[in-house]
Design a protein around this ligand. Structure first.
Ligand code: NDP
Ligand code: 8X3
Length: 252
C-alpha cells in the first residue's frame, strides 16, 4: 500500500522531524512550508529513501493551498495522513502590550491556515477512507491559561474544538481526527515567538529537559499508523519536568 503523508510546516521543528520519521516508516512525503531552500534540502536528504514531493506554501493563502493540492503529481494524490502542523506563537508579553498585527498573524496561520489546508484535503482523505488521518497540532496552551498566552492559546483551543467537531461530521467516512497537544518542546518556536532572540530561546530550554521535535514526530507517526478502528481524539504530552502552578492572586 502506498501511504502518503502531507505535512505543513515541514521546514523546521516538529514538521521536519515528522518528515524524517514518516520516511523511516516508508511513507511517501508531501512537504510544505515557506522556506523553499529548506524544503529542497529535506528532499535531497530523504528522496533516496522514499518518494518526496515539495511545494512552497503559505497556509494563510487559501488559493495557494487549493492550487498545491490540485497540482499534486501522480503518485502523491491519494493522501492518507494530513499533519496540520504549521503554526506559531508571537508576542509573549501581556495582551495589553501586544501589536494587533501579531494577533492577526497567529489567527491567520494557526486557525485560518489550518482550516484552509483541511478544507482542501478533505475530499481526498474521504476518498482514501478507512485508515486516513488528520493530525492537528494543538498545544497545552489551548487548554491551560498562562500569562502571555492570550491569542496563541485561543488559536490552539480552536484547534481542539475543531478537531472534535470534525470527528462528528466525518463519522462513517473512516477518516480519523486527532489533536496532539504538546507542552514545552525545543524547536525554533521560541526564536520565532521572541522575533529572533536566541538568548531568550536558549534560556527557555537550557536548564530543563523539554520534549524534542523527534518525541512529537513519534507521536504523530504512532497516531497515523494505528489500526483503522482506533481514533485517539486528544493527546496531551508534557515533558516530565513541566507541570502547573498555583493560582496567581493579586494582593495589596
Ligand atoms: P518551528 O518554528 O520550529 O516550526 C514551525 C513551522 O511552521 C515551520 O516549518 C514554518 O515554516 C511553519 N510555518 C509558520 N508559519 C507558516 C505559514 N504561514 N505557512 C506555512 N508554514 C508556516 O516550531 P514548532 O515545530 O515547535 O511548531 C510546530 C507546531 O507545533 C506549531 O503549530 C506550534 O504552535 C506547535 N507547538 C509547538 C510547541 C513547542 O513548544 N515547540 C508546543 C506545542 C505546540 P516556514 O517558516 O518555512 O513557512
Ligand atoms: C507551545 C507550548 O507551553 O509555550 O505551544 O504554550 S507553550
Amino acid at each position: 500500500m502506498n501511504r502518503i503523508v502531507f505535512i505543513t510546516g515541514a521546514t523546521s521543528g516538529f514538521g521536519r522531524a515528522a518528515a524524517r520519521r514518516f520516511a523511516a516508516g516508508g511513507w511517501s512525503l508531501i512537504l510544505t512550508g515557506r522556506r523553499v531552500e529548506r524544503l529542497q534540502a529535506l528532499q535531497e536528504e530523504l528522496s533516496p529513501q522514499v518518494p518526496v514531493h515539495v511545494a512552497a506554501l503559505d497556509v494563510r493563502d487559501a488559493n495557494a493551498v487549493r492550487q498545491v493540492v490540485a497540482e499534486l503529481p501522480d503518485g502523491f494524490r491519494q493522501v492518507r495522513a494530513l499533519i496540520n502542523n504549521a503554526g506559531l506563537a508571537l508576542a509573549p508579553q501581556p495582551a495589553q502590550r501586544v501589536e494587533l498585527d501579531d494577533w492577526h498573524t497567529m489567527i491567520d496561520t494557526n486557525v485560518t491556515g489550518l482550516v484552509n489546508v483541511t478544507h482542501a484535503l478533505l475530499p481526498i482523505l474521504i476518498e482514501t477512507g478507512a485508515g486516513a488521518s488528520i493530525v492537528n497540532i494543538g498545544s497545552v496552551a489551548g487548554k491551560w491559561p498562562y500569562p502571555g498566552g492570550h491569542v496563541y492559546g485561543a488559536t490552539k483551543a480552536f484547534v481542539e474544538q475543531f478537531s472534535y467537531n470534525l470527528r462528528c461530521d466525518l463519522l462513517g467516512t473512516g477518516v480519523r481526527v486527532t489533536d496532539i497537544a504538546p507542552g514545552l518542546a525545543e524547536t525554533e518556536f521560541t526564536l520565532v515567538r521572541t522575533k529572533g532572540d536566541q538568548a531568550a530561546s536558549d534560556r527557555m530550554y537550557q536548564t530543563t529537559t523539554p520534549l524534542t521535535a523527534e518525541d512529537v514526530a513519534e507521536q504523530m507517526f504512532y497516531v497515523a499508523n494505528l489500526p483503522d478502528r482506533i481514533n485517539i481524539n486528544f493527546l496531551e504530552v508534557m515533558p516530565t519536568r513541566q507541570a502547573w502552578s498555583p493560582f496567581a492572586i493579586d494582593r495589596d
